[in-house]
Write a protein that binds this ligand. Structure first.
Ligand code: TXA
Ligand code: MG
Length: 304
């Protein structure tokens, strides 16, 4: 019997979809070069075809076969890979990551994930794998195996259980084009990026470069109210630190890493109790708090 990473690689090579754990969130994976498989992937998620996918690769050498990395992109990859950073750079090889996967753009998003099971699948497959978060479009990303299977398991030929995702938020996305621009905050924080590249520009007002950020995202079924200090009648309350002591607290000790790891799982758990709404305590905006608040504002429909 071959091991599950090899069986997953074989399923991908046969054009099938595979639920794949990463350190950030669970992904729904397909062969990046196979347009038919990628079409089924958009279909399974209900994802608009103008929203391009991330090509996952084993390492920097594999990334540079797909994308044209300059010194800044290379420095970022060396600092943060394998890990939760996605780099958007000019496309080098249009065949390795098909047109549909890039939504026709002349740039490509690449990331080398750190999760050991994802790495074994990428090494066994030997070519880029596109993997959007395994949720149906618009919903919170799954951070547990059970949530991933509930969201898109019906479309997948295979689902790999890698346990709970330790980071819990999707990767930081930066473009490295004319300037270095932060498209999506994540676990690699703005401060982390600034230590490697001198300046980081804002994505705001640059929707063309950030196609996936146009619509509301990460939303549970119940309406979400943020920066709340208590629950209204019928509302579920998700606390942080000293604010709230109810069923869910992102981190009783006020730790932002713990809060990020818990965020989507708790939103989903609270939503399952069918509350009239979900109120969430304030989370400070420093460091990882920027990414947490970005997801919360979107869940609350306050897209900036
Ligand atoms: O942590 C993650 O990044 C997870 C795991 C599974 O790796 N994946 C993920 O994929 O979050 P997805 O498809 O949910 O988000 C990809 C983001 C979208 O906002 C998309 O618009 C952006 O990356 N993106 C992809 N290609 C791009 C490009 N060429 N230019 C600008 N943005 C791009
Ligand atoms: Mg997503």
């Amino acid at each position: 019997m071959s091991d599950e990473a090899e069986r997953a690689a074989a399923a991908l090579a046969a054009g099938k979809l595979v639920i794949l754990p990463t350190e950030t969130v669970y992904g729904l994976a397909a062969d990046a070069a196979n347009a038919e498989a990628v079409a089924r992937l958009y279909e399974a998620k209900g994802r608009p075809r103008f929203n391009p996918l991330i090509a996952h690769v084993a390492d920097l050498a594999a990334a540079e076969r797909v994308a044209a990395f300059d010194a800044r992109a290379r420095a970022l990859a060396e600092a943060f890979w394998p890990g939760p950073l996605t780099i958007v750079a000019p496309l080098k090889d249009p065949l390795r990551v098909c047109d549909l996967a890039r939504a026709g753009l002349d740039t490509v998003a690449v990331r080398a994930p750190a999760h050991p099971l994802a790495r074994r699948v990428l090494e066994a497959f030997g070519r880029p794998v596109v993997a959007p978060s395994a949720n149906r479009s618009g919903r919170p990303s799954p951070t547990t195996f059970a949530d991933a299977v509930e969201e898109t398991g019906a479309a997948a030929a295979m689902a790999l259980d890698g346990g709970d995702c330790p980071v819990g938020l999707e990767s930081t996305v930066v473009t490295v084009l004319e300037d270095v621009r932060l498209l999506r905050p994540g676990a690699v924080t703005r401060e982390d990026l600034l230590e490697v590249v001198g300046a980081v520009a804002e994505a705001e007002g640059d929707a063309r470069r950030s196609p996936g950020r146009l619509a509301a995202h990460y939303a549970p079924d119940a309406p979400v109210r943020i920066e709340a200090i208590s629950a209204a009648p019928g509302e579920a309350f998700i606390g942080f630190g000293d604010v709230g002591s109810g069923d869910w607290n992102l981190s009783p000790s006020g730790d932002l890493r713990e809060a990020a790891a818990n965020l989507f799982r708790m939103l989903r758990e609270a939503d399952r109790t069918r509350p009239s709404g979900i109120a969430v305590a304030p989370v400070p905006d420093r460091g990882l708090g920027e990414a947490i608040n970005d997801r919360l504002r979107r869940a609350a429909g306050q897209v900036g």
